[in-house]
Structures are given as structure tokens and as C-alpha cells.
Design a protein around this ligand. Structure first.
Ligand code: ZN
Length: 333
């Protein structure tokens, strides 16, 4: 019973280094499993009298240098230490969601069990190993192999380029909306699913290879990702969003609004057909009180400019909090 023999803080027999941006819980769990100690017991052993885990006590137990632990696991740093460190562009713990790291990246770092790390909103796939980890509670299974899905990998690079060119906040917000719109399109068959013909060949291949493909599964988000990133650009780029919101909104009944087009709006729709959904047909009015989610998003954009209290289209599954430390060189915040 190695667990019970671990009575006081001492050097553990086996050690492993934390992975970059690993959560504190993940590192303690991996260290505990490696030494056959319960994670709870190890956490208690490396916490001070107030219950906070300190880098010094964790270093004494793990044998890892304090400096390395603090650089990899930012939860171990004080605000003053974070301010002094070069951590531009990394996710802020607690302001972001934790998610499973790419299994192959984790294995390369010596991890034998899944690693959880803080993620930025674009951290859905590993470009190096071409694996989709996804995000959120559904993304706990094995990574999805993206070999043969070059379009999805290319979208990952495009996603990062958009952040670099248009700014993290703008792209994050647009990506959240785009993900929700594309997901609503593919799950609202048959009314809008014709807008998602492109992702079907990815989905068919994922199904053939045995990946679960119900709407909440990471494989569906992966299949939709190229379309989502293409729509993200049109929603985030001020030029295209300006054309989208150049239409006018008329109220034709209680809470019924109609979107009237303009030449600029028609140009935006043409671009949607060229880049996002070849079969897209915009409907300016709701059907059974339900709008096409893209039309609803544009109406929200027009109305909220004039009225900040306008009740915007509620973001549910794809709301992704995301906050990075001050941006890396060249990246707009
Ligand atoms: Zn990887």
C-alpha cells in the first residue's frame, strides 16, 4: 500500500515534468499515478496550511526545479511573477477552458496518461501531429486522426492567421457565432442542412473509420471546421461584416423582423455562397418563428448597434471563453 506509506512530504521515487500550460490538477494526478499515490493525498501533501499548492512544496515532492514548474504550470505563479514572465500569447488559467492535450504531444513530453491543459479557442487541433482533440466535455476520448483531411488542417492554419490579422477578440467572437450557426445548419435537417454539403464527405469518412458522429461528438465539429473558419472570416472582417449589416430591419408584427437587402448585403451573400455554403439561400423572414441562424445573427448585429439592450441570439454550446496574456509580437489582441 504505497499510498499509506506516504505520510509526510518527501521526494517521490518517480518524477515527470509538467507539460506546457498543463493544469495543476492534471500534473498532480499524473505525478500521483506514477508513484501509486492517490491524487487527493498528494495534493494535500503539497498544499500549505491554507490549502494552496505551492511551487516550492511541489518541487520538493517532484524533484522538478521550482522555476520550471512555475513556467509550465502558470497556476503556481503569483500575479507579480506572471507579470515578470515572458508568457505572451499563452492562455490565462481560469479565464479559459481546460481541455485534453494532443495525445502524441503529451507522449512526446513523457506523459503516459491523458494531459489536461489550458486552451485558447483555436486549440482544437494539433497542426504538428494532425490530430483533432476538440474542446469541451465531449472531447475526452481518443484524438481524431486528420490524415486525409487536409482541408481541416489547412483551416487550423487559417484560423491562426485570422487571429494574427484581425485580432483575437474579434475572431473569438466570430468563431463562437460561426460554430453555432454551422452546427445549427447541420442539425436542423432538412431545412438548412443543404448548406452543409461540403462537411458531409468528412463526416462519411469519420463514420467509416468508427468515430462517433452524433451532433455533440468532436468528429462533427471537426467536419464542420473548414466551413466554420470560412464563415468566421466573413463575420470578423469589418469589410464583410459591414456589408452584411448594410441591410435594414423592419418589424412586421410582434417580435417578427424582416431583413431587407441592399446591394452590399447581396454581395455578402454571394461571398457566403463562394466560401462557406454553395447552396446558401437567405430567407429574410422567420419560418415558424424560427430564423436561419445566420440571418438571426445579422439582424442581431444591425439591431444591437442601435439598441445595446437588444436580446442577442443566445450562445449556448459554442460559447468559448478565451483570454490570452498580452499578445505575441505581431498579433493583435
Ligand atoms: Zn500533437
Amino acid at each position: 500500500m504505497p499510498d499509506q506509506s506516504y505520510r509526510c512530504l518527501g521526494r517521490l521515487p518517480f518524477t515527470t515534468a509538467p507539460v506546457h500550460d498543463e493544469t495543476l490538477d492534471s500534473y498532480i494526478r499524473r505525478l500521483a499515478l506514477l508513484n501509486e499515490v492517490s491524487p487527493r493525498r498528494l495534493r494535500d501533501a503539497v498544499a500549505d496550511s491554507t490549502g494552496h499548492v505551492t511551487a516550492e512544496r511541489l518541487a520538493a515532492a517532484s524533484g522538478q526545479p521550482v522555476r520550471s514548474l512555475k513556467y509550465a504550470v502558470l497556476q503556481l505563479c503569483s500575479p507579480a511573477e506572471l507579470f515578470a514572465m515572458n508568457i505572451a500569447g499563452r492562455p490565462k488559467p481560469a479565464a479559459n477552458q481546460p481541455g485534453k492535450a494532443c495525445d502524441q504531444c503529451a507522449a512526446a513530453g513523457g506523459a503516459l496518461v491523458p494531459v489536461w491543459r489550458w486552451l485558447l479557442h483555436e486549440d482544437v487541433l494539433c497542426l504538428r501531429h494532425q490530430r483533432w482533440s476538440g474542446r469541451g466535455p465531449a472531447a475526452v476520448g481518443a484524438d481524431i486522426d486528420l490524415s486525409g483531411h487536409r482541408e481541416i488542417v489547412r483551416a487550423g492554419r487559417m484560423h491562426r492567421q485570422l487571429i494574427h490579422g484581425l485580432g483575437r477578440r474579434e475572431v473569438r467572437s466570430a468563431f463562437n457565432h460561426a460554430a453555432q450557426i454551422c452546427h445549427a445548419w447541420i442539425t436542423s435537417a432538412p431545412r438548412y442542412s443543404r448548406y452543409c454539403t461540403d462537411p458531409y464527405h468528412h463526416l462519411q469518412e469519420f463514420i467509416r473509420r468508427g468515430y462517433p458522429c452524433t451532433p455533440a461528438d468532436p468528429a462533427v465539429a471537426a467536419a464542420l471546421y473548414p466551413q466554420t473558419v470560412a464563415l468566421t472570416e466573413l463575420l470578423a472582417d469589418p469589410k464583410w461584416w459591414g456589408l452584411a449589416t448594410s441591410g435594414t430591419v423592419r418589424e412586421t408584427g410582434y417580435a417578427v423582423f424582416v431583413l431587407d437587402s441592399t446591394p452590399g448585403f447581396e454581395r455578402f451573400i454571394q461571398e457566403i455562397r463562394e466560401r462557406v455554403a454553395a447552396n446558401y439561400r437567405w430567407q429574410p423572414f422567420p419560418t415558424y418563428r424560427s430564423y436561419d441562424p445566420l440571418v438571426r445573427h445579422i439582424i442581431d448585429g444591425i439591431q444591437s448597434t442601435a439598441n445595446p439592450e437588444w436580446p442577442r441570439f443566445h450562445l449556448s454550446r459554442s460559447t468559448l471563453p478565451d483570454e490570452a496574456f498580452p499578445p505575441a509580437d505581431g498579433e493583435r489582441l
